[in-house]
Write a protein that binds this ligand. Structure first.
Ligand code: SAH
Length: 220
């Protein structure tokens, strides 16, 4: 990871953010350490850089947002508490921040985004930070990534109304875990776990994500 260009200010504000995450209940040291290692300001527009280490969502254009750090941390904890978590599929690359965080704690990350310019920027940022264990694809994430499945964990960073059948099918049968916001006006962060043909669903907490949309947007 390339850490050049990070001044003292951002180091201090980062430390404060990690303390804030700890206060909010994030206790996995592997997850907290990610917020030290991945410079969040690289993932937001320069004009919004001052917001990068606050515990808030930040707009990234195209009516999308980089999720609040607490939510990124919480979802990453839920990835790491899955029985297996070597190969992870992410739906909604967005800025690439959650992708970069996942890359610190799992072996391989596959990430699908439907908006071409967002994906392009995310790719550049990951390359700049020398994150090499992520593979990105421009596609409709409702379809998952069938050629690379099954996955130990699938994480969604946009909210469908109902659990996408295709994604459940691409989980490993032995404890495969889908983690995503579910719902419309009212959403809950939800875990759907697969045990053979059985599916267990658990609501974690209320959340507010952008909707998961179908189709691919290639142009501005
Ligand atoms: N994890 C991102 C959050 C981005 S917001 C980050 O750290 O920045 C959610 C993203 O999901 C948006 O970029 C949106 O375009 C994308 N998205 C929504 N529906 C999708 C779909 N069906 N397939 C792929 N990406 C989708």
């Amino acid at each position: 990871m390339n850490l050049r260009g990070i001044g003292m200010t951002s180091e201090r504000t980062r430390k404060r953010l990690i303390e804030r995450l700890f206060e909010k209940g994030i206790r996995d040291p592997r997850v907290l350490e990610c917020f030290n290692r991945v410079p969040r300001h690289i993932f937001v527009d320069e004009a919004l850089g001052h917001k990068a280490y606050e515990d808030t969502a930040v707009p990234i254009g195209y009516a999308q947002t980089l999720s609040q750090p607490y939510i990124v941390a919480r979802m990453t904890e839920l990835v790491l508490s899955a029985r297996h978590h070597e190969r992870v599929l992410e739906i909604g690359t967005g800025s690439g921040f959650q992708t970069a965080v996942l890359c610190q704690v799992v072996e391989e990350v596959f990430s699908v985004e439907r908006i071409a310019p967002l994906q392009q920027k995310a790719r550049e940022r990951l390359r700049h930070l020398k994150v090499y264990n992520a593979r990105l694809k421009l596609d409709d994430g409702f379809l998952g990534w069938p050629d690379e499945g099954p996955f130990d964990v699938i994480i969604g960073t946009a909210a469908p109304e109902f659990p996408p059948e295709e994604l459940i099918n691409q989980l490993i049968p032995d404890g495969g875990r889908l983690i995503l916001p579910l719902g419309g006006d009212v959403q809950h962060l939800t875990i759907i776990e697969r045990e053979g043909d059985d599916i267990h669903t658990q609501q974690i907490e209320p959340v507010r994500f952008v909707p998961m949309l179908s189709g691919v947007q290639r142009e501005l």
